[in-house]
Design a protein around this ligand. Sequence first.
Ligand code: ZN
Ligand code: ZN
Length: 228
Amino acid sequence: MYKIETHCHTVYSSVCGHLHALQILDLYKKEGYDAICITDHYNMQTYEMNNAENVADKEKAMFKGYLEVKDLSQFYDIEVILGAEIRFNENRNDYLVYGITPGVLSNPKEILEMGIVQFSEYAKQNNLVIIQAHPFRHHKHCIPVSHEFINGYEGYNHHPRHNDFNEKAFALSSKYNLITISSSDLHRSTDEESMGGIKSAVLPRNSVDMAKILLSRDFTLYHKNAEN
Ligand SMILES: [Zn+2]
Ligand SMILES: [Zn+2]
């Protein structure tokens, strides 16, 4: 089985991220992962941090972290996959998105203005998979969105500095028979103490592969500090 990180942040495209490309690759190699989804924050903060307004290639500005890690992954036997953690301008919910192809997220201002209801339609047209991240992180003002707009909920977020009420998220995902994932939501090197992810018989080589694995539901949840 291949071990896959579903949720990871870099210093290049997340204001809260602390890790550089080589730190990320070294850490995941040491922890025995076969693939890492880089899901940097795709929001107005990243837009401003990377001066996307004045850059012609806005994908390059928003996905700088992914590009940096991908570039150096040639020296490691590990797949680096593009994902995004989108926060629309409407509220403080975060959504993990997979299945990203060139051009689909190339207009950040338009995407961020959509909100989840409109984006949900856009995602269907473009074969994107949407997983709401840590839906019960109340102190960060997250509110579980209606199941009809997403493919799943992050049932287990192993971020060590937030209380995510994972059991509630898992129960909600099960109730509506949605896709449930586990993740590290990794931001710092100390986060290696509580890592998560999924295990799949298929090794994803890109974001579309990753979306297919999630839709197939043919994977198990990985928790570093648990038996299952
Ligand atoms: Zn963050
Ligand atoms: Zn995150």
